[in-house]
Ligand binder design. Structure first.
Ligand SMILES: *Cc1c(COP(=O)(O)O)cnc(C)c1O
Length: 730
């Protein structure tokens, strides 16, 4: 199994595709050779738009054919997003269009034609095509599904059949499109078909639109997205070879059509379909993290490059540089691309920072350090054998860090197996689009077994009677068998090998894995080490017995965070790491030992709500527990025990950092507020930020400190951080 799976290749190619579109609109080689320019811009660069359609298909259209519950929601969400973008782009180009006289003879028909098919500016047809194509594929998915509308496609063969059917329909549409595009010359003037096309061209200028061109590529994207991406180098070579051959054939096709004067337009070719398939398949075999920044930048290059063409031409005119900046097509192209990238990066940055601005107004929040998380993942992967994969524990909202945020970041790092405590946690992750294996470590009520299947979740067999219930449900369920080797919490007892064997034989259980949990692996002292040895031996004995009895060897795992550090030799198929992934261990002492390897991922911050002076002898907070001995300045922080700041830190046990100064808690921590003594810090004011966990200046408060102070472990401090806190990635 591979540890990497992501869409880095696709995201990187988006930028290239955007450059290709800019090339189509500037003809970079025209100063040198018309044929070369035709090859570049009318053939090679024609893969750009189908590529964009396919990516949309993979991430949007595919879901129309899988989980119907989400399809409509997904459809609307996409349409809304695109409509906003399209609207913005229309506004940006409105003045230019007016100046150029595009809208002179405006009437209802023309508005309809421009909005739905041609675009209000030449490159904007793409947005309407996307929306129309997505709408069409959505309709197709509904029609094909018919009465199965309410249930989830549990059967991927069924799903592929459905996509295949829709593909056939859209293939016909594509053929119709071809005849109005590159193959128009095959239609004889005066025939019925020819006349039908001519009527059509009164509604749209080209057949390369959302009706004839977009659906087939959207569905191809959905179809390819079904398959798990694959980093097999052989596959990469095959796809790459396929790409080169089909590009060559497409060039032959295009030049032939051009020579015989067949082309009315040059956007659609037969070979464009295999070329696009091989292109996307090749890109899916490339590694690399996916990148939202690249996605945004490519989008804005697409939207803005025609404006940059105008800017370059105007600048050239003013500076009397038309000879070089415009007349040399290659220089012109690079100038346009350069400015487009600059503008796109600027806009992306602006949008990014406006998001951050928003959060800067928060009351109390958690910051997740992406780089710390990445570092911990790398460090843990180094400590486990190559064949062993991380199965991060995302239970309890990822130990308070925010399960979805963490899952997304981890997925970006190629993690594709997770464990959670409950069914509900698993469902939440699936609903937000988390893929890969999700193992539920705890109990799921039998009434809820159907949800295990609907959301493709893997259930832990918590003991033998539970296995009987799971089996009795009557439909196949993926499970990992828990084995109790001495913790005596969950899992079937290891002595009962016969019962475990019969679990393996149950016909409705698909036993993907078997595991145990070590309960004393955190201490390297004799009693604990002996106990761990007993547990480990008992577990392997069960595994071996099962293997001897012909059950095969499902995936096995027994390490959690401490196991990875203290018993590295136990790395098997998975390491179920929780606390270490978040950059700390359960106690301050253990965390200190690993401080060069693990970096704390979470910071907890709160706003200063109000600053005031109090006078000697006055009380602060509930219960008259604090009486000022001198005149002081105090600040109320907008965070309390409802946010997870435990009340045990009241009365000076807890501290906060403001501008690098350490201040201590005064009186009792309230539900929503905490008061601190800021007498010694000049200039503190409402709106300032206080750090409850994390760094400020040279000072640091770690979750371990809070644990130590309140007599618990880091795990509890973190996992109790409240849902009211905003969580953001920095
Ligand atoms: C929570 C949990 C883990 C993760 O433990 P950490 O010590 O946080 O790494 C692993 N396995 C099981 C069964 C768990 O319940």
């Amino acid at each position: 199994m591979d540890k990497r799976q992501n869409y880095g290749g696709l995201d990187r190619f988006r930028i290239i595709a955007a450059f290709m579109v800019a090339a189509i609109h500037t003809s970079p080689l025209l100063s040198y050779s018309a044929d070369a320019d035709f090859l570049l811009t009318r053939v090679l660069c024609r893969v750009a738009v189908p590529f964009f359609f396919m990516v949309t298909g993979q991430f949007v259209v595919r879901d129309f054919f899988t989980c119907e519950g989400k399809a409509l929601e997904k459809f609307w969400k996409y349409c809304k997003k695109m409509a906003v973008l399209y609207g913005a782009a229309i506004l940006i180009y409105l003045p230019v269009g007016i100046y150029a006289g595009h809208y002179k003879e405006l009437n209802a028909g023309l508005v309809f034609r421009m909005l739905l098919f041609d675009g209000t500016f030449y490159h904007l047809w793409y947005f309407s095509a996307c929306m129309m194509g997505v709408a069409l594929t959505y309709l197709m998915s509904r029609l094909i599904k018919g009465k199965r509308l309410k249930t989830c496609a549990e059967n991927s063969a069924e799903m592929e059949k459905n996509i295949g059917f829709a593909l056939t329909v859209s293939g016909f549409l594509y053929v119709i499109g071809l005849l109005g595009d590159s193959y128009f010359g095959f239609l004889k003037e005066g025939t019925l078909v020819y006349n039908v096309y001519m009527q059509g061209f009164r509604i749209f200028s080209y057949t390369r639109n959302g009706l004839f061109m977009a659906p087939v590529f959207l569905l191809l994207g959905a179809e390819i997205g079904n398959r798990k991406s694959n980093f097999d180098p052989l596959k990469r070579q095959i796809n790459c070879a396929g790409l080169i051959v089909s590009l060559l054939l497409m060039a032959v096709e295009a030049f032939t059509l051009r020579n015989f004067g067949m082309q009315r337009h040059d956007s659609m070719y037969i070979m464009l379909i295999p070329t696009s398939i091989f292109l996307v398949k090749t890109l899916l075999t490339l590694e690399g993290p996916s990148s939202k920044i690249l996605r945004n930048i490519s989008l804005w290059i697409y939207v803005l490059h025609p404006a940059m063409i105008i800017v370059v031409r105007a600048t050239a005119k003013i500076l009397h540089l038309t000879g070089i900046l415009v007349n040399n097509s290659l220089v012109h192209y690079f100038a346009v691309v350069f400015l487009s990238v600059l503008a796109a990066a600027g806009i992306s940055k602006l949008m990014e920072s406006s998001k951050k601005e928003n959060f800067k107004c928060g009351r109390a929040w958690i910051e997740i350090s992406k780089s710390a998380l990445r570092q911990n993942v790398t460090a843990l992967r180094k400590r486990i054998p190559d064949e062993c994969r991380l199965m991060p524990a995302l239970k309890a909202n990822a130990y308070g860090h925010g399960a979805l945020l963490i899952a997304r970041e981890l997925a970006d790092m190629g993690v594709d197996a997770f464990c959670v405590a409950s069914l509900e946690e698993g469902i939440q992750l699936r609903r937000q689009g988390i893929k890969g294996e999700i193992l539920i470590l705890g109990y799921t009520h039998p009434e809820l077994f159907p949800l295990l299947r609907r959301y493709h979740l893997t259930q832990t067999v918590v003991d033998f009677p539970y296995a009987v219930l799971l089996n009795r449900y009557g439909r196949k369920i993926h499970v990992h068998i828990g084995v109790d080797t001495g913790m005596h919490r969950l899992g079937e007892r290891c002595e009962n090998v016969d019962r475990i064997y019969s679990i393996c034989q149950m016909k409705n259980l698909i036993v993907d894995g078997i595991f145990t949990h070590l309960c004393a692996d955190d201490k390297l002292e004799k009693p604990e080490m002996d106990y761990t040895d007993l547990q480990v031996n008992a577990f392997y004995k069960v595994v071996e017995t099962l293997e001897k009895k012909g059950c095969g060897r499902p995936e096995i795992h027994l390490q959690s965070s401490y196991g990875v550090f203290n018993y590295p030799e136990l790395g098997e198929d998975y390491a179920r790491t929780g606390i270490a992934l978040y950059g700390v261990l359960s106690t301050k002492e253990d965390t200190e030992k690993c401080k060069d390897i693990l970096k704390p991922v979470l910071s907890l911050k709160a706003r200063v709500a109000s600053v005031r002076n109090i006078y000697a002898g006055e009380n602060v907070g509930y219960g008259l527990k604090f009486k000022a001995e001198r005149d002081m300045k105090i600040a109320a922080l907008a965070i309390g025990y409802a946010d997870g700041l435990t009340r045990g830190l009241s009365g000076g046990r807890g501290t906060a950092l403001i501008e690098g100064h350490r201040v201590s808690v005064v009186g009792r921590i309230c539900m929503d507020q905490t008061i601190v003594d800021v007498s010694d810090i000049p200039g503190v004011k409402a709106g300032d930020v206080a750090v409850l966990i994390g760094k400020s200046g040279d000072e640091e408060i770690s979750a371990c400190d809070l644990a130590k102070e309140t007599g618990t472990i880091t795990n509890e401090i973190l996992s109790r951080l409240g849902t009211r806190l905003e969580r953001i990635v920095v």
